[in-house]
Every structure is written in C-alpha cells, then in structure tokens.
Write a protein that binds this ligand. Structure first.
Ligand code: PLP
Length: 312
C-alpha cells in the first residue's frame, strides 16, 4: 500500500487523514471526531503541552516515567511538577490528584513496565473534571487495559497510542490521540497552526494496511507476551527481581551484582540493555523483549556472567 502511495508523491497528502482516521475509529469503537492522528505519538504529546499547559497550569507527572515529558515542558516554557513514585514503583495516585495542573501518565509506565489499573485511572480523571488528564498508552497492547473506553464518559481525558511498538512501525512515525470532540478540535487548532500535512501519504497507507490486518498485530503481541513471560521466569530462576511487566520490556535487578556491572558485562558480550544512572533506578536494567532465540542468548549470557562473578 505504501508503494502505491509513493507513486502519487507529487500530491499533498489528505490533511484530515480521513480514511485512516475512520479505520481507526472503527477499530476503537469511537467516532472520527474523537480522533487525531499524528506524526508519532510524540507529536500529539507536544500538541497537548502546547494546548493545555501554561504558567498557571503546570504539567504534572511521576518522577520516573517517559523522559520526553520534561523535554516538552521545557520546550514550551511551562513549569512542571514531578510526583515521586511510591517505594514499590507504582504511581502515587493520591499525591497526583492533589497537584494543580495537567496530568500526564504513561500507562503502562516506562521504564518500570507497571500498569495502573483502569479504576485508578478513572479515579484520577473523575477527581477534577476541569483538569485535563492525558494517558499515554504507548505499551497498552502488551497486556494493558485501555482508557479509551472512558472517553464517552469524561470530556477531560486524552488517551494517546502509537503504531511504533505493538504495530512495529516506528520508522513510519504514526500515533494518535483520542478524546472528546472539543479537545480534538483544540489539538487540531495546534496541528493546523504548525503542520497541516503532518502524516505523509506512505505512512497513511501503511497505517491503513496494518489496521486492515489486526489479527497479525494481535498474534505478534501474543508472541511477544509469551516471550516476555519466558524471560521473566528464566530471570527469576537466575535470582533476578523482576517487576510485573505489561510492556515489551522487563525491568530487573540482581542481589549479587550491580545494575551497572550487569549492563557493562552484557555490553561486552554484544547485548545492549538500558541502564539508568539515577539513585532509585541504578540497580535495575530495562531489557527489551526480542525474538525468543535472542532472549535465550540473553539468559545464557547472564548465567555465565553470574557464574564468573561467583568465582571472582
Ligand atoms: C515510545 C513512546 C512514545 C513515543 O512514541 P512515538 O509514537 O514513536 O512517538 C511515547 N510515550 C511512551 C511512554 C513511549 O514509550
């Protein structure tokens, strides 16, 4: 489909993304007016910071979460307040609710992989109907429960999702936001003031193609979830503490070896995981779920590294 679209590159793409948006609305049981597709979900996140935060309406988000929220706040010169996660790395809902401003929550969260139950999301949204709450569901397809079902009930909720992860289309840059028609209209004002043709024709066609084969996406997610559960079981057998992941990565630490050392030893062996230097996260590593064979290699390599550590 993208190759066909490439034959018409002399034409501007449809600025309303009609066909793709309607396909998406159908998939999510929402209306065209509830949706705005964007150049990755990062674009709609930035639009939301532009539209719904200012000097009197700070951005509010957990201290450990998607790193770009801070970047968007700084870029748009809006103040932000970071609310610490609880000791078990779950989101402190009561502390969030007490803050004034627009709330941004990645659910499931990164890099912890933990999910806040839908009832807790609803409690945040319902706590103040004059406050906008954005739920960033980049990882929801890996076992999470989507808040899109709440959109007909609350006109202060925005849910964002992406085609980058569960639909393996990060290179195409496609994401979207779902909300009541008034919020979507506001976000469209930002879009038409910055980049009316934000989705290129090939990406639009590829998006329609992937939505037409939803079974493929579902099967793929199932496979990743299965590999994730295998990885968690094997990591635990090696003594790792692993958080309960609802994403395509796991967050793990080992009692006998520092997070930093595990990171460097894996790197020496050609395996890249993500290590964070901050005090609360430095014992952990975020490990992305790859193909089953890759995870077998990871486990065998870790087994060897830990054995060598015992002999030291
Ligand atoms: C990957 C990611 C995004 C951005 O995704 P794109 O659609 O590729 O821009 C946003 N939020 C979170 C939590 C992510 O992990």
């Amino acid at each position: 489909m993208a190759a066909e679209a490439a034959k018409k590159l002399m034409l501007y793409p449809d600025p309303e993304c009609r066909a793709l948006t309607e396909a998406l609305a159908d998939r999510l049981s929402l209306k065209y007016e509830n949706l705005l597709v964007t150049n990755g979900s990062d674009e709609i996140l930035n639009f939301a910071f532009m539209a719904f935060c200012d000097a009197d309406t700070p951005a509010v988000f957990p201290d450990i979460t998607y790193g770009f929220y801070k970047v968007f706040a700084d870029l748009n010169c809006v103040p932000y307040k970071e609310v610490p996660l609880k000791d078990d790395f779950t989101v402190d809902v009561d502390a969030l609710i007490k803050q004034k401003g627009t709330i941004f929550i990645a659910n499931p969260n990164a890099p912890t992989g933990l999910e806040l139950p839908l009832s807790e999301i609803e409690r945040i949204v319902a706590s103040d109907k004059d406050r906008i709450v954005l739920v960033d569901e980049a990882y929801v397809d890996f076992g999470g429960e989507s808040a899109t079902v709440l959109i007909s009930k609350y006109d202060n909720l925005i849910v964002t999702q992406t085609f980058s992860k569960s639909r393996s289309m990060a290179g195409a840059r496609l994401g979207f936001g779902a909300a009541c028609p008034e919020i979507i209209a506001d976000l469209n004002t930002v879009k038409y003031s910055t980049n009316p043709y934000n989705i290129n024709s090939m990406t639009m066609a590829a998006g329609q193609g992937v939505l037409a084969d939803d079974e493929y996406t579902k099967e793929n997610c199932k496979k990743i979830i299965k590999t994730r559960e295998y990885t968690i079981t094997e990591l635990k057998k090696l003594g790792f503490g692993v958080l309960d992941s609802k994403t395509n990565f796991v967050f793990a630490k080992h009692p006998d070896m520092s997070g930093e050392k595990i990171y460097s030893k894996l790197r020496e062996n050609g395996i890249l995981v993500r290590h964070f230097g901050s005090a609360r996260l430095c014992e952990y590593n975020r490990i992305t779920i790859g193909a089953y064979e890759e995870m077998q290699t990871l486990i065998e390599t870790l087994r060897r590294i830990l054995n060598e550590n015992c002999k030291d």
